[in-house]
Design a protein around this ligand. Structure first.
Ligand code: FAD
Ligand code: EPU
Length: 365
């Protein structure tokens, strides 16, 4: 019988003293913020690009990379597991990115360019920037997850998106085993989207991200709640630290802490619709919450879900969070299938009531 886990020195990669630890039949419960308990055939962590390369060429893991990505033996890249919903055991290998390090790589009169390992905790990067008076990411305080996952859905909050301070990233093409650099333009960032969620889905592994951070700051206070919170804090000339503190306070007041209640933040995206659709809905629902977004209007999915009667709803161990209807929660022990089932009921009822389709933001695995 095969041992449950093993450690070996990977000579092929030329790193005889680099020890890679591959586990088998590993529970992923503590590696996803929904707290869903499924198993991975194989599980390994990597702390450098060399360790990643060694893992990918390891005979210990049966990775079959084919040009047909949908049918390849699965490689699931994992950061902090705060935007995934595990619906079944992972037949394949889970690779957990733990590449660390934050370094300044360039500086000019206006900007500092910081390169961060993909395994750095996102909020730690934000705190580092705030502490060193580097602006651009303060509105993105307290978003869970890793630096390497942040470009995947172009994380955003309180009027700012990752793309606003993103400079470049480095990634490995899994099939070609080739290192690639992506500029801001290459990433095709959109609302909760990038090329890594579309054309290159599951095809690359991001190992570092470089940010372009301001020395002369432009604060983004357009999101009403930030101004209100700063006023409450008695601040009328805020620093980036004040903005970060305000965002942290707002987030803590309405979003569930995944350490206490399983969740993955917003379960659905806010739907973007045309002016005609908004006008039509406003005639029936005058208090509809919407904001101009590009050529269209972004509807508040939380409002649609609340008006459809789901806010605070609980069914067994799954539910719709009582302070933010856009967040689905696992009160403990729920399966991925139960969470999916609730999400489908919500989708159906919002479609029935408003004629609007809610697209999941969370990545189903
Ligand atoms: P994971 O969940 O581990 O992975 C997410 C996806 O990215 C998976 O498909 C995975 O395979 C892929 N991936 C991860 N790392 C890599 C890599 N290095 N290379 C290639 N692919 C990779 N998001 C927002 O945008 N704004 C918010 O305000 C926000 N608030 C949240 C609040 C809470 C309480 C929670 C739980 C989540 C919230 N999120 C928010 C969602 C989540 O924090 C982000 O999507 C985050 O970027 C996910 O990071 P992660 O490391 O946990 O990614
Ligand atoms: N609303 C309700 N009921 C609710 C929730 C919201 O009516 O239960 C209405 C309110 O009118 C509120 C408006 O919706 O003013 C917007 O709510 P909120 O400010 O909480 O933001 P959101 O649109 O629900 C988005 C992001 C969040 C991000 C916040 C802050 C998406 C899918 N979600 O949520 O991102 O933190 O704005 O910028 O865009 C995430 O992606 O996981 C996430 C948490």
């Amino acid at each position: 019988m095969l041992p449950k886990s093993r450690t070996f020195a990977n000579r092929k990669a030329g790193s005889i003293h680099k020890m890679i630890h591959i586990q088998q039949h590993t529970s992923l419960q503590s590696f996803n913020t929904f707290g869903v308990d499924v198993e991975a055939d194989y599980f390994a962590r990597f702390q450098s690009e060399e360790e990643l390369m060694a893992l990918l060429s390891s005979p210990e893991i049966p990775i079959h990379v084919t040009s047909d990505y949908a049918h390849q033996k699965k490689i699931l890249l994992l950061g902090a597991g705060s935007n995934i919903l595990l619906t079944k055991d992972v037949e394949g290998v889970v690779l957990k990115n733990e590449i660390d390090g934050i370094n300044s790589v360039h500086e000019d009169d206006d900007y500092v360019y910081l390169k961060a390992g993909a395994g750095v905790v996102w909020h730690e990067l934000v705190l580092y920037c705030v502490e060193h008076n580097l602006g651009g990411v303060e509105n993105l305080s307290l978003i869970p997850g890793t630096v390497g996952a942040a470009p995947i859905q172009n994380i955003g909050a309180y009027g700012v998106e990752l793309k606003d301070s993103f400079y470049t990233l480095r990634a490995l093409d899994i099939q070609e085993k080739e290192w690639l650099n992506f500029s801001n333009h290459d990433c095709q960032f959109g609302y909760r989207s990038s090329i890594f969620k579309t054309k290159l889905k599951n095809r690359v592994i991001i190992t570092s991200v470089t940010f372009k951070l301001t020395k002369k700051h432009q604060l983004h206070l357009s999101y009403g709640a930030i101004k209100e919170r700063l006023t409450l804090m008695g601040i009328d000339d805020p620093t980036i630290k004040d903005v970060s503190d305000a965002v942290i306070a707002i987030r803590q007041s309405k979003l569930p802490d995944p350490h206490k209640i399983g969740n993955a933040g917003s379960f659905f995206k806010n739907p973007v619709v045309s002016a005609e659709v908004v006008e039509h809905l406003m005639q029936i629902f005058p208090d509809l919450v919407s904001n101009k977004s590009g050529d269209g209007f972004k509807l508040a999915a939380g409002w649609l879900i609340e008006k459809a009667g789901w806010k605070g709803y609980r069914e067994g161990q799954v539910g719709c969070y009582d302070k933010q209807a856009l967040v689905l929660v696992n009160y403990g022990g729920a399966s991925g299938a139960e969470i999916v089932a609730l999400s489908q009921k919500i989708q159906q009822s919002v479609r029935d009531k408003f004629g609007i389709f809610l697209e999941p933001e969370v990545n189903f695995v």
